[in-house]
Design a protein around this ligand. Structure first.
Ligand code: PLP
Length: 454
């Protein structure tokens, strides 16, 4: 160390040369920029009093370059037991959907041309046809996500007017999505009716005026209210809406197309049931229980969907060709009746416990090492704002190591190839097999064996 701490800073040329030896995937020009930026950061740290040797500076740069060279969005193994995991990208799509998305991404597609006539045609035609078949909705518009769907629906139908919402449903869904704020953003005003725990159809009806653009129901996706509660049914509200000539809108959230009570879970309302019960429009996410790519669906009455499609905001939030290709492929599984086998989210929900026990046994038998490894019962959750508080019995591999802390063990698995994310419970690392794709079991076994024998 010298008196002048900046003397330890290597030159840009020296640092880029040193980095060139560890990564030839970045061009020399980019490497020079990388070195300049890295040295600027180090200089700032030194100004703040950090004392770094030349070796440390080069080593830090090397680590930063390695980190940058590994794609952040490479596939990982989700062994957390949370099926629709927001931080891990929500629903993985089916193989067919992934193939369709990849093909649409890398080539040209007849997105807005009717292939038979070469005339201009709507980009939503395929999805609309499939959705009508599966849910009875006359027409469907697809946008970026459900947050955009709600914002667009309210902006196009209710800007400058008011929307009636139950006090118990003027909620925050998560990630800054709050119904009152979205209403403000849409230029519509919120008329809250009823109380937090009880709202009746007559409360809605009493609030309808000339200014009312619609009634909005919001599905409680991420919380439950128990005890002395009452809410108006869709049928009752549909009757009020018909009589008073205002549309009934519902933000349904998870977009279930199958009845989840078949799997021992509570029933999540399906899009088809809500349309049949008289909702004029529903909005839903594509990547929750529906099990497709990130998307927001606005489905229901054709005249309303058309009005929304023509609003300038629709263009700003519209879905791209890869999303539409993936969503169409996902809907085709439902049409074919093989959704439980093909769509990962539904396959995970419906996997019998005996399958998980068998897979855990196979996995356990491939692992030998210094760690303590057990097969243990676990509880998976649906996650992603669907079926709050509901769990599914599962089977997990439970690990601990005498040589290191459970946090270190978890970190090593997260750093592996592929990265494995589990959860820590009672000082043990739990790897829940319900959320691991069965085709990833071999990769999981390999990465696990490397990690525990390292
Ligand atoms: C999840 C959810 C949203 C937000 O949907 P994104 O697809 O995440 O934008 C909005 N409303 C409800 C009721 C939800 O469950």
């Amino acid at each position: 160390m010298t008196d002048n701490p900046f003397r330890e800073l290597p030159s840009v040329t020296d640092l880029s040369r040193a980095l060139w030896e560890i990564s030839s995937e970045v061009s020399p020009r980019t490497l020079t920029t990388f070195a300049q930026q890295h040295l600027a950061d180090v200089r700032r740290d030194v100004e703040r009093g950090a004392i770094l040797s030349r070796e440390e500076i080069v080593q830090r740069a090397t680590m930063a370059l390695r980190d940058m060279s590994r794609p952040r969005l490479e596939p990982i193994i989700n062994a957390t037991g949370v099926i629709i995991h927001t931080n891990l990208g929500r629903a993985p799509v089916s193989h067919a959907a992934a193939v369709a998305m990849s093909a649409a991404a890398s080539g040209f597609v007849s997105l807005e041309l009717e292939p038979d006539t070469n005339r201009r045609g709507g980009r939503m035609r395929e999805i609309s046809t499939l959705m009508r078949l599966l849910t009875g909705a006359e027409s469907t518009l697809v946008v970026n996500n459900n947050a955009a769907a709600v914002l667009l629906m309210l902006t196009a139908l209710a800007s400058g007017k008011s929307v009636v919402v139950s006090r118990g449903e003027a909620v925050e869904i998560g990630g800054g999505f709050r119904i009152p704020d979205v209403m403000t953003q849409s230029g519509s005003s919120l008329v809250e009716v009823g109380t937090t725990n009880r709202t009746y159809a007559r409360d809605y009806e009493a609030a309808i005026t000339e200014e009312t653009a619609g009634l909005l129901k919001v599905h409680a996706s991420n919380f439950t209210i128990e005890g002395f509660t009452a809410s108006a049914s869709i049928e009752e509200l549909a009757e009020v809406c018909r009589r008073r000539g205002v549309p009934l809108l519902e933000d349904l959230g998870s977009g279930a197309l199958v009845d989840t009570s078949r799997f021992g879970l509570m029933k999540e309302p399906t899009i088809g049931e809500r349309i049949a019960s008289g909702a004029d429009l529903i909005t839903a996410s594509g990547d929750k229980l529906l099990g497709g790519p990130q998307a927001g669906l606005i489905a229901g009455r054709a005249d309303l969907v058309e009005r929304i499609s023509k609003h300038p905001l629709a263009r700003a939030v519209r879905a791209d060709k890869t999303c539409l290709a993936g969503l169409a492929a996902t809907l085709r599984h439902y049409a074919a009746g093989n959704e439980l086998e093909q769509i990962p989210v539904l396959r995970m929900i419906s996997t019998p416990i005996s399958d998980l026990t068998d897979r855990a046994g196979n996995l356990r038998s491939t692992l030998h090492g210094s760690s303590d490894i057990e097969i243990t019962p676990a509880q998976s959750t649906i996650g992603g704002g669907s079926l709050p508080g509901q769990t599914l019995a599962s089977v997990a591999i439970s690990l601990s190591s005498t040589a290191e802390s459970v946090d270190m063990l978890a970190r090593r698995l997260r750093m592996g190839n592929p990265r494995i994310f589990g959860r820590i419970e009672h000082e043990r690392l739990i790897l829940d097999l319900r959320t691991v794709l069965p085709e990833d079991d071999v990769l999981l076994a390999q990465a696990l064996s490397e990690a525990i024998n390292a």
